[in-house]
Design a binder for this molecule. Structure first.
Ligand code: GUN
Length: 274
């Protein structure tokens, strides 16, 4: 069993991004919008800023109050779209309930949409045109698989979770690389059977869902879940101790997909479209 070391691989990616940024004729500028005071979002946003600084990308965090009017937020985004000094825009999710997330996403210019969430970028991925940006987490996972020489073509892949941020784009990216993809979710029947026959399992649920008896020998297991146990310890969707002995490759939590997501986002933030 080989551990997919996201920490080490992310450092390699970040150093490539850093050299790329140094060669550009402009300094990329990522603007991160944080609405309200979701504690987890604050930590994510801070980590994104730290990573940007590390690779020479300018970053600005715009903190807005949780009661901001939807239109005021949309107006801010339009201004950032028009600002030639801003090359990337990221609106941290979740947003307060009175704000329509989809309206917000649709307002971001696809050429500055470093999350790859706008309909243009999502649609391009779906129909096989190169998008301006691929969503960070699935792109980071593909980078991790590539780093370890894991072949995707012709493999049976099971993606657990169908979110717009991870599950759906992950399925699209695996499909694009010629895997046979099954997307599972809370209504899926016989999840165990599906996991058992998979060559590649990507779990993005946020619950302990992948357990020992489910796994096929030598499969690749990628754990996107990250949540705290009652004792405060961070854990993922996969029961690592029992699943890992039968895997070919497995990503740990923490130190797997998390750092890859940040590195992948920085890769996106280093892309400048004019
Ligand atoms: N919230 C959780 N994950 C993400 C992400 O990848 N991008 C944004 N914008 N918000 C998130």
């Amino acid at each position: 069993m080989i551990i997919l070391d996201g920490k080490k691989t992310s450092e390699k990616i970040l150093s490539i991004v850093k050299s790329r940024v140094a060669e550009l004729d402009i300094t990329p500028h990522l603007v991160v919008i944080l609405v309200g005071d979701n504690e987890a979002s604050k930590i994510y946003v801070k980590n994104k800023k730290l990573a940007a600084e590390k690779v020479g990308i300018k970053s600005t965090i715009i903190e807005l109050p949780s009661d901001i009017k939807e239109q005021a937020l949309l107006d801010r985004i339009v201004k950032l779209n028009e600002d030639d000094n801003v090359t990337g825009i990221l609106v941290q999710l979740p947003l307060p309930e009175h704000i329509d997330k989809n309206k917000v996403i649709q307002t971001i210019s696809p050429k500055k949409d470093v999350d790859g969430f706008t309909p243009e970028n999502v649609g391009k991925l779906a129909i096989g045109i190169e998008p301006y940006f691929y969503p960070a987490t699935p792109q980071g996972i593909m980078m991790l698989l590539d780093e370890y020489g894991i072949e995707v073509e012709g493999k049976d892949a099971v993606v657990i979770g169908r979110s717009n941020i991870v599950g759906k784009p992950m399925a699209q990216m695996l499909l694009r690389r010629n895997a046979t993809v099954t997307t599972c979710h809370s209504y899926s029947q016989d999840l165990e059977d599906k996991i058992k026959t998979a060559d590649i399992v990507v779990s993005a649920v946020g619950k302990k869902i992948v357990r020992c008896k489910m796994i096929r020998n030598n499969s690749v297991v990628v754990d996107v879940g990250i949540f705290k146990l009652p004792n405060g310890k961070l854990t993922g969707d996969v029961d690592f101790d029992v699943v890992s002995p039968s895997c070919g490759f497995i990503s740990p939590v923490p130190g797997g997909v998390g750092p890859m997501t940040i590195a992948s986002l920085m890769f996106n933030a280093s892309k400048v479209y004019r």
